[in-house]
Design a protein around this ligand. Sequence first.
Ligand code: G4P
Length: 193
Amino acid sequence: MNFLEERIVKDGIVKEGNVLKVDSFLNHQMDIHLFEQMGEEFKRRFKDKPINKILTIEASGIGIACIVAKYFNAPVVFAKKTKSINIEGEMYIAEVESFTHKCKNQVIVSKKFLSPDDHVLIIDDFLANGEAASGAIRLLTEAGASIAGVGILIEKSFQPGRDKLIAQGVDVYSLARVSRLAKGVIEFIPEEC
Ligand code: G4P
């Protein structure tokens, strides 16, 4: 097991409905030492790509995106979730459906912050159905930016997100790939396979 998998086993809690609660170290209280290790690992994995920008979608991807950005010496752009759009024309907009929350959100980024000159690494905490990452990819495609890859902390490999992204030709790297969640049981797929 790698350092993140070990931490998930130690402090993660499996809830009803295949939900893994990691709010004591990842997405409510954040362990910054762990974030530094994760940032370093993304840098190792994507170091050969000319990444000049990190993109995430608010809210819980922002913390790790900022740490990763430090390793690439690049700025972070986070797509904002909003309901009313009255600034059309100056924004890239994508619709994102949340299966977990059963709702649709529009995610937006100002045209000032993405351009065809950008080589962007998308970062997020969870990959489940892949809707958030697919929305980010649509924003980048609209902007004409290059997609260097998608970096994920926890992938729920029994959900279709990874396959959806791979089918679009995107390089996906997840630090922990959960293959099974049950009461008291958290299993992983070995790294990079
Ligand atoms: P998707 O983005 O991969 O399509 O995921 P999905 O719609 O299934 O998930 C909706 C939200 O729930 C996402 O956050 C996702 O990160 C989060 N999520 C999915 N599975 C789990 C889980 O097992 N544990 C935890 N803690 N979160 C999970 P969001 O609502 O889009 O964003 P945010 O505001 O929370 O960042």
